[in-house]
Write a protein that binds this ligand. Structure first.
Ligand code: ATP
Length: 327
């Protein structure tokens, strides 16, 4: 067992709904195991600057239902360099922090792994990102909420698209992964879904749209992942506007953007975040380090951080086939 008396916890990278629920679970599990807990504000930026706050049970009261992160998040250029990480380690030692729980995405875990390697801090990762692009867990904290927000907005777009027989290109988030696009497209009944995991050719997109529009549908919705290689919804819109074959088609594009990051976490995200927060502290107390806690087939599972950021999580290709049948 590692001799841990004080645990440090931070949220880092892109914020995700459910990070607060995870933080609450980490703090309360640590306290109930007689550990002291320090909250590190603003991710690695705050870690380097010593922007720390003592956490007690009350400091995480009534946050299970809130979006964002009460510890704030940030991106830190300094932490990308060895000297920055050495300054962070110095601050952590000064604050008597013996171990860390990092809530964030793959960049956060790359940094955590380096801190572990260079300064021997025990560290456990909890997957907090809306993109769902982390190997080692079926879902990341925040993904379910973002997906539901995307679907709700696609439903709204459908109403207005129907009223005018319009073609809508709806761009959703996900960076270079297509999980939100694929699943919100299916859930929102999109006629076409474009994701980075498959090759998207403009000629194919045009042909498919023309065939959909000629079938006299009331409306057509194309869900486009922000990381799709044709330049997202705006890139496709421009190409269609430049093509005389599309001059009669009433076309609009909309980018859902940061609405997908905010809002109260869904029940699924709250429960996932709570389970993983508890599991992260238990894993530390069991002597594990440099691993991420995830949920795979309903069971918590530990995956080495290097595998989490070193491997690409695959989308479900059967779901892609489904869209061809359903659209
Ligand atoms: P999301 O996927 O939601 O954007 P993330 O954790 O991947 O979350 P990043 O901005 O990629 O977000 O990373 C967060 C921070 O982690 C960075 O600002 C940087 O300080 C640190 N970091 C990222 N990559 C590395 C690396 N290779 N070495 C050291 N630190 C890193």
């Amino acid at each position: 067992m590692q001799d841990i008396q004080r645990l440090g916890v931070y949220t880092s990278g892109g914020d995700a709904p459910g990070m607060n629920a995870c933080l609450r679970a980490v703090v309360r599990t640590a306290l109930s195991n007689d550990l002291d807990v320090t909250g590190i504000r603003r991710g690695y930026e705050g870690m380097i600057e010593g922007d720390y706050v003592e956490m007690d049970r009350r400091s995480v009261s009534h946050i299970v239902q809130t979006g964002g992160t009460v510890l704030k998040s940030a991106r830190s250029e300094d932490f990308m360099h060895k000297e920055g990480r050495a300054r962070a380690a110095q601050q952590l030692r000064k604050a008597k922090i013996d171990a860390l729980v990092a809530i964030g995405g793959d960049g956060t875990f790359r940094g955590a792994s380096k801190l572990h390697e260079e300064h021997e801090f025990p560290v456990i990762g909890a997957p907090g990102t809306i993109d769902n692009d982390l190997y080692g867990t079926d879902a990341t904290i925040g993904y379910d909420t973002a997906l539901n927000t995307a679907i709700e907005n696609i439903d709204r777009v459908r109403d207005t698209a129907d009223a005018h027989n319009r073609l809508f290109l709806v761009e959703v988030m996900g960076r270079d992964a297509g999980f939100i696009a694929l699943n919100s497209g299916i859930g929102g009944g999109a006629e076409l879904i474009l994701i980075p995991e498959t090759i998207t050719e403009m000629d194919m997109v045009k042909e498919r749209i023309l065939s959909l529009m000629s079938a006299q549908r009331r409306s057509t919705i194309v869900v486009v992942a922000e990381g799709d290689e044709l330049g997202g919804a705006r890139g496709i819109e421009q190409a269609l506007r430049d093509d005389p074959e599309f001059s009669d088609i009433d076309l609009r594009s909309t980018i859902l953007g940061h609405t997908q990051r905010g809002g109260s976490p869904t029940a699924g995200d709250r429960v996932l975040a709570s389970r993983l927060g508890v599991a992260a502290v238990e894993a530390l107390l069991d002597g594990h380090s440099d691993v991420m806690v995830g949920l795979v087939n309903g069971e918590t599972k530990l995956t080495p951080l290097r595998n989490v950021y070193g491997r690409r999580k695959s989308i479900d290709y059967d779901l892609l086939k489904l869209t061809q049948i359903l659209s």
